[in-house]
Design a protein around this ligand. Structure first.
Ligand code: IPE
Ligand code: IPE
Ligand code: MG
Ligand code: MG
Ligand code: MG
Length: 325
């Protein structure tokens, strides 16, 4: 049984910019996500590459570049690039290509978080243990940093020499589809303005597939395409990651009602009044839904035709206690 936390813990500063405190490492079940020791070195590789892929923070306009670094280099779990890299490795794909493909997705993800936190969206004050970008840099710079990160993502894939030109073009097309109105942007629109359509767990899953699932699918798919997967195996890989994304967002919605802001390293109580799986069916039903999605993810992973032990360990660390062999 779950115990719901009381009222919202974090209050947004009325005074504009909160100064960032020391970057707190993520600590919840979702946030501890990547506590798998094997993933630690890989996460450092991702973070070093992310920093190199951006213009330096002092380059003019310095405020914008500083905001991009601030949000991107904050202590996120890096789940999407790790999923991309570990998938590519499972099929013997190039690390060089998968690292940049995964970093591009992390840039898109971070861009989406900056927007998600804006006053006109979720109105959040804490992200990755730091003041949200708009509180730190002001709304105009935060929006521009999001646009700049999003566009840098396309630039990174376009310029990656280890990707054959045909594959590069396909990945760019998939990225555009996944971020646009039929993907993440469409999901966020429904999340903010389409509550009347959210009447049961399936409709919530449909929304979550767009706002969150697409980047999980894209991360695994990029890794899969880089290691040469196609046909049925690629379709199974996409199913695996789609269910992972649905389980992840449902777990995030549970964290929103059960964890403290300190443990989550971001605002909690954000979903009050919103028709999430928890609001519609309760914590135990949401918990069962997470298990169901992970069961389907596991079954699909078994059809991918590659050695998945490392990938499974990683997923196990993300879904601590939920992912059972
Ligand atoms: C947060 O994603 C947004 C959701 C899809 C729930 P993460 O929990 O992966 O956030 P970071 O990247 O670790 O900050
Ligand atoms: C956001 O979902 C998913 C995105 C596409 C950014 P949430 O609004 O629940 O994410 P958090 O809880 O703020 O990280
Ligand atoms: Mg949101
Ligand atoms: Mg939010
Ligand atoms: Mg949330």
């Amino acid at each position: 049984m779950f115990r719901e936390r009381g009222s919202k813990v974090v209050r947004r500063s009325e005074q504009g910019a909160l100064r960032a405190g020391p970057a707190a490492p993520p600590t919840t079940a979702v946030a501890a996500a990547a506590s798998d020791p094997g993933a630690g070195a890989l996460r450092r590789l991702v973070e070093e590459r992310l920093a190199k892929l951006l213009p330096g923070p002092a380059e003019a306009p310095a405020r914008l570049h500083e905001a991009m670094h601030y949000s991107l280099m904050a202590p996120g779990k890096r789940l999407r690039p790790l999923l991309c890299l570990l998938t590519a490795r499972a099929g013997g794909g190039s690390d060089e290509a998968a690292l940049d493909a995964g970093c591009a997705i992390e840039m898109v993800h971070t861009a989406s978080l900056i927007l998600d936190d804006l006053p006109s969206m979720d109105d959040a004050s804490l992200r990755r243990g730091r003041a949200t970008a708009h509180l730190q840099f002001g709304e105009s710079t935060a929006i521009l940093a999001s646009i700049a990160l999003l566009n840098r993502a396309y630039g990174v894939i376009s310029a990656q020499p280890a990707l054959a030109p045909g594959l590069r073009a396909e990945l760019l097309e998939r990225l555009a589809d996944s971020v646009g109105s039929r993907g993440l942007a469409g999901g966020q629109e429904r999340d903010l303005n389409g509550w009347s359509e959210l009447t049961d767990l399936d409709s919530v899953d449909d929304l979550n597939a767009l706002k969150t699932g697409v980047l999980f699918v894209l991360s695994a798919e990029f890794g899969g395409r880089i290691c040469g997967l196609d046909g049925e195996a690629l379709a199974a890989l996409r199913r695996f990651a789609g269910h992972l994304g649905l389980a992840f967002q449902t777990l995030d919605d549970l964290v929103d009602v059960t964890a403290s802001a300190e443990a989550a390293a971001k605002d909690v109580g954000q979903d009050a009044g919103k028709p999430t799986a928890i609001a519609l069916a309760g914590c135990d039903a949401a918990d069962a839904r997470i298990r169901q999605h992970l069961g389907e993810a596991r079954a699909a992973l078994g059809l991918c035709g590659f050695e998945s032990a490392t990938l499974e360990r990683f997923v196990g660390s993300v879904f601590n206690g939920y992912w059972r062999p």
